[in-house]
Design a protein around this ligand. Structure first.
Ligand code: ATP
Ligand code: MG
Length: 365
């Protein structure tokens, strides 16, 4: 029998979604959704996880739930095809997390490279909230609760997937085959694995303020593109320029397609030629940035316009999320029931146990 394909991903409501989310995960999800090559698809807004490092500002998380939902719909996620829900509304996830905590050691969590970087970024070295430290475990609960086989995410999520797989193997080893081992689905284009920020920092991230948001206005996009980090050594147009670590070229790797050259830069047949000219010298940053701006405007305009349409019915979006939560809760409850059965903590359904105990005590009468 062909294994069922169940897709799951989520985003933290710590801000509106940006083009890093788009190329790293969101675009792939919409393509998977439209290809229809799956049996179920779950997409969730990870508000509980967002609270783990935003406890000084829970209102930010609350405000951004709807922003993320709007970004989803604007990008083409379709509630008819994907269950869209809010993490905190599924209490079963907390229960699973609690049991999984017994399967992971503190030192294992400390080795997680993404969490290490995030701890530094948030100045948590002196005092890490326990919830934040253990979020990879709660993420394993999110994934396994829906029996996800496929998790389309950016490269920073690789250690989380590995942690989830370890938990699944350990659980199944102790309690018998119950949980499904998930696989990561990374973007195929290397530039999309971890899109850098407009400031050239390693990752575009809501928390770093170096983002182009999917909902930015045309003006904001242009300003951000025109002031982007390039090659600091490329001062005069005639100077040879570097491509490596040059954010503008990384974005072109991620976003440009052959037809963009035909439309906006017909002097160059393709990206390789543009790069070669930049490296030789004689090509100015402004020209390359103008080209990138044209591509970004073309890519983001339809998303922004669709978002505006969805913004007209906000109560309708909360209603869509409420229904999604209902469907998601039923699915998670089903897995939790299997988990409790496997762990033999389903005492009241376990007739054998009750009879066995009755016999044991009767023998001592
Ligand atoms: P925060 O700073 O609050 O952690 P974030 O910008 O890192 O926010 P997340 O909600 O943590 O965003 O990530 C959601 C999804 O988007 C994940 O699958 C992650 O891998 C992907 N993603 C986030 N940033 C990027 C990026 N710069 N490039 C590629 N994928 C990304
Ligand atoms: Mg993140």
């Amino acid at each position: 029998m062909k294994k069922e394909k169940i897709i799951l991903t989520g985003d933290r409501p710590t801000g509106r979604l940006h083009i890093g989310h788009y190329v790293g995960s969101l675009k792939g999800r919409v393509e998977l959704q439209n290809a229809g090559d799956y049996s179920k698809m779950f997409v969730f807004i990870a508000d509980s996880q967002a609270l783990t490092d935003n406890i000084d500002n829970p209102e930010k998380v609350r405000q951004n739930v709807i922003e993320v939902a709007l970004d989803y719909l604007a990008c083409g996620l379709d509630p008819e095809k994907a269950t869209i829900f809010i993490q905190s509304q599924i209490p079963e996830l907390c229960e699973l997390t609690f049991y999984y905590m017994d399967l992971v050691s503190v030192s294992r969590l400390q080795r997680n490279p993404t969490v290490k970087t995030e701890i530094q970024m948030r100045n948590f070295e002196a005092s890490i909230p326990v919830g934040f430290f253990t979020y990879p475990i709660s993420q394993a609960a999110d994934i396994t609760a829906f029996r996800a086989t496929t998790v389309p995410v950016g490269e920073d999520q690789e250690p989380m997937l590995e942690q989830a797989r370890e938990i699944v193997r350990r659980f199944n080893h102790i309690y018998g085959e119950t949980l499904v081992e998930p696989e990561i689905l990374l973007p195929q284009n290397a530039a999309c694995l971890r899109l850098p920020g407009t400031d050239g920092k390693a990752k575009m991230s809501k928390s770093l303020g170096n983002c182009i948001y999917l909902s930015d206005t045309a003006d904001e996009i242009q300003k951000k593109v025109m002031s982007m980090y390039t090659d600091p050594g490329h001062i005069r147009v005639q100077d040879p320029g570097k491509i490596e670590g040059n954010t503008v070229f990384t974005y072109l790797d991620a976003f440009s397609r052959p037809e963009h050259f035909e439309r906006y830069l017909p002097d160059y047949p393709n990206l390789a030629e543009l790069k070669a000219h930049y490296q030789r010298g004689g090509l100015g940053d402004v020209k390359v940035k103008r080209f990138l701006n044209a591509i970004m405007q073309e890519t983001l305009e339809p998303i922004r316009n669709r978002r505006k349409e969805f913004e007209k019915d906000i109560p309708g979006i909360y209603e869509m999320l409420r229904k999604g939560c209902e469907v998601a809760r039923a699915a998670a409850a089903d897995t939790l029931s299997d988990v409790k059965k496997a762990m033999k903590i389903n005492y009241f359904d376990d007739k054998e146990l009750i009879e066995e105990q009755a016999r044991r005590f009767a023998a001592n009468q």
